[in-house]
Design a protein around this ligand. Structure first.
Ligand code: C2E
Ligand code: CA
Ligand code: CA
Ligand code: CA
Length: 275
């Protein structure tokens, strides 16, 4: 049994080594990916519940790896955050999203995900201002999506950055609401423009009373605080009807469209305009 135990241990060691090597490999690839032009953005429509109109698109990062194909952001963003690569990458995302949005009709906005790591430095405010200026995009057409994790960091810096971004005219959305270290206190300490209700609640809205109660409560809370509420991950007509009844102001999900390349997003806007 002892020998077997040692063998098992060696097996684990080999497995760990292989995983570490894979990680190191991915990190090297990630360092080169930006210069090699392997990143792109896809755009997913956000729809106003009352009118069914497209009010904006969320920009979602895609990495086309030369050997491994398309790698989803969930697999490389944590690594980019650990290595600090998220800083140049995040700036690229801002510039690219603003440039694309400048070609959309006036009322349509773009939402960009910004990592908590980017909130660790005041450089973020300049990066946003530069991206807007370079694209000629009015600040009011840019939404910055942040997660609850930014509230865990040095509160003074985070608050100062949020206020300076707001000062530029940019709107701020609280993403994945209800999944993090939720504290209603931060809704008082900073007036977000929008709350995005996490898709885990939306998914269960037709199946579970508790999910529906939570969606209803968040919509009501947002409404009375003067914040818009967006339901994420809306896949069925039935979910959409319930969200409408529960007072959600905006919806996003496969029901209205998957994330698509910039060209296809522009086409969606053209089709909507002529309909
Ligand atoms: P997120 O910000 O919550 O984005 C929504 C995710 O839900 C996207 O996954 C989107 O493709 C997916 N989704 C949209 N509608 C539906 C639906 O109806 N059903 C289902 N099952 N899924 C839906 P994606 O593109 O894989 O992105 C995953 C996460 O990666 C994002 O979650 C965001 O946290 C992060 N991310 C993506 N792009 C960026 C970026 O440019 N910067 C940073 N920092 N994070 C990013
Ligand atoms: Ca988001
Ligand atoms: Ca989200
Ligand atoms: Ca999410």
């Amino acid at each position: 049994a002892k020998a077997e135990g040692r063998g098992t241990w060696r097996f684990f060691e080999a497995e760990m080594d292989a995983r570490m090597q894979q990680r190191r490999r991915l990190e090297l690839d990630l360092r080169q990916a930006l210069a090699a032009g392997q990143f792109s953005l896809h755009y997913q429509p956000l729809v106003e519940v009352a009118s069914g109109r497209i009010t904006g698109f969320e920009a979602l990062l895609r990495w086309q790896h030369p050997e491994r194909g398309l790698i989803p952001p969930g697999e490389f963003i944590p690594l980019a955050e650990e290595t600090g690569l998220i800083l140049p990458l995040g700036e690229w995302v801002l510039r690219e999203a603003c440039r694309e949005a400048a070609s959309w009709p006036g009322g349509v906005s773009v939402a960009v995900n910004v990592s908590a790591v980017q909130f660790g430095t005041p450089r973020l405010v300049d990066a946003v201002a530069e991206a807007l200026a370079a694209a000629g995009l009015p600040a009011t057409r840019l939404e910055i999506e942040v997660t609850e994790s930014i509230m865990l960091q040095d509160n003074i810096t985070t608050m100062a950055i949020l206020h300076r971004l707001r000062g530029l005219g940019v709107r701020i959305s609280m993403d994945d609401f209800g999944t993090g270290y939720s504290s209603l206190g931060y809704l008082r300490s900073f007036p977000f423009d929008k709350i995005k209700i996490d898709q885990s609640f939306v998914r269960d809205i037709g199946k579970r009373g508790d999910a529906r109660a939570i969606v209803r409560a968040i919509s009501g809370l947002g409404g009375s605080l003067g914040m818009r509420t967006t339901a994420e991950g809306v896949e069925t007509r039935e979910q959409f009807e319930r969200l409408r009844a529960d007072g959600c102001t905006e919806a996003q999900g496969y029901l209205f469209g998957r994330p698509v390349p910039g060209e296809a997003a522009r086409e969606m806007l053209r089709t909507a305009a002529s309909a």
